[in-house]
Design a protein around this ligand. Structure first.
Ligand code: SAM
Length: 174
């Protein structure tokens, strides 16, 4: 089972689910426009392996059994760039503890952002979370998208606005 948090327009979730029909997916989104579009995509493409959770993804995480997920994607989360708003970022010690609980050993938490400060923020929290390992093979690997990557709508918008470099960070559950 794979969870995508904040799937937005659902481009990545739909492609992943279509490419892996044997795998179950749960998409979490609170934005009504995104939920509606995802429902339309599921119907149009006949995707039978996606379930939608239409509330705060943290609530879903707290309800899931231990080690029940193979992977979690958090792609271009809301950046909350102002220092006084950093506490609203999805990545926090509390959410990482829940992610560590629900992702099985050997599973992966995938995170992407075009905001360098959020990438650094996430790495700073991950190094304090011993359940997750960050082990790129060489410097710069984190600028390469995951294999089979489907650019999300937010990523395309970032590029149009001149933010060409993204960070793709994958953390393996020990
Ligand atoms: C910046 S958008 C990125 C959307 C998409 N991942 C993309 O790359 O195009 C962040 C999305 O996360 C959703 N979101 C924010 N907090 C959330 C939460 N706690 N649970 C579920 N979705 C959330 C927002 O509604 C928004 O659609």
């Amino acid at each position: 089972m794979i969870v995508e948090i904040g799937y937005g327009g659902g481009e990545h979730l739909a492609l992943e689910a279509a490419n892996h029909p044997e795998t179950g997916y749960i998409g979490c989104e609170v934005f009504t426009g995104g939920i509606g579009k995802m429902v339309q995509t599921i119907a149009a493409e006949g995707l039978e392996n996606i379930r939608l959770f239409t509330d705060d993804a943290f609530k879903l995480l707290t309800e899931l059994p231990d080690a029940s997920l193979d992977e979690v994607y958090l792609l271009y989360p809301d950046p909350w760039p102002k220092t006084r708003h950093h506490k609203r970022r999805f990545v926090s010690p509390t959410t990482l503890a829940e992610l560590a609980r629900v992702i099985r050993p050997g599973g992966v938490f995938h995170f992407a952002t075009d905001i360098e400060d959020y990438a650094n923020w996430t790495l700073a929290h991950i190094v304090r979370t011993p359940e997750f390992a960050f082990a790129p093979e060489k410097p710069g690997d984190w600028h390469q998208p995951y294999p089979g990557w489907q650019a999300t709508r937010y990523e395309q918008k970032a590029r149009r606005e001149g933010r060409m470099i993204s960070f793709y960070l994958s953390f393996m559950r020990a």
